[in-house]
Design a binder for this molecule. Sequence first.
Ligand code: NAD
Length: 296
Amino acid sequence: MYKIGFIGLGIMGKPMCKNLLKAGYQLVVYDLSKIAVEELVAAGASEGVSPREVASQTEVIVTMLPNSPEVREVLLGPGGVIEGVRPGSLVIDMSSIDPLASRELGAVLAEKGVRMLDAPVSGGEPKAIDGTLSIMVGGIQHDFDTCYNILRIMGTSVVRVGDLGAGNVAKLANQIMVALNIAAMSEALVFATKVGVDPELVYQAIRGGLAGSNALDAKAPLVLEGKFNPGFRIKLHIKDLANALASAHVIGVPLPLTAGVMEILQALQVDGLGDADHGAIVRFYEKLAKVEVRRK
Ligand code: NAD
């Protein structure tokens, strides 16, 4: 069994670590938050004082951080993984970041004989707790095979999508579709409510047809209850759509609908809802139409 380093113990990283500990892996953990580290140490992990220390004590290093700049800092910055890592080790970055950044970071690590997978996840905190995440992996087949058992502890669906960066391409595709689905649901339910039809019954009537989706089933009940605590924060979705728009524009792909939803998310953030769940997209439409989509 590999000894695993885990850096980034937030909403997602913490339960993912706990599942690895339960499965019998030895963990060395690091986070800027002392409280998060203490919680994991109490659950059986040992503490590394820096990413360098974590890397020097482990063969597989997992990162679960907010975005590309944090992953770059932890891997290549002062006291970073690159200063302590041994040749032959493997870095699995499970954060959702810009795919072009994954490739750049992988190339720098490769010069030190260190391999890298990008393995972002979908499913949110409940699935991180249950160990039932969907994991989208980029990297060479051999490294995927080496890490498969570790990833299967954290997720039920573990799919290699292609070479390094491909995992984050799949994740951005996922985030585009989720954002557009929630916006479409919001537009439709605000319309139905203002016409005077019960939105709960509209949801029940259409969920089994072509408009039905996991996004609809996850978000419509929360919208009908008026529950907008995260979940997946609006500010994180802004980060993902910014990465999608930036990488699409570099290769000459216009994303007109994504750009539209991005502006809705920006407006909600200005309105103080950056830390609300992305289901709060409905609040933008509600304000425009002066109606609230709620269970009667
Ligand atoms: P979070 O903000 O809860 O956790 C991030 C952790 O990283 C924090 O504990 C923070 O202290 C730590 N951190 C930040 N910079 C650091 C540094 N330089 N060194 C060490 N630690 C550092 O975020 P999260 O919700 O756990 O999300 C993590 C990633 O997973 C993001 O890329 C997010 O987009 C993705 N994701 C989140 C969800 C979700 O529902 N929350 C779902 C799927 C994917």
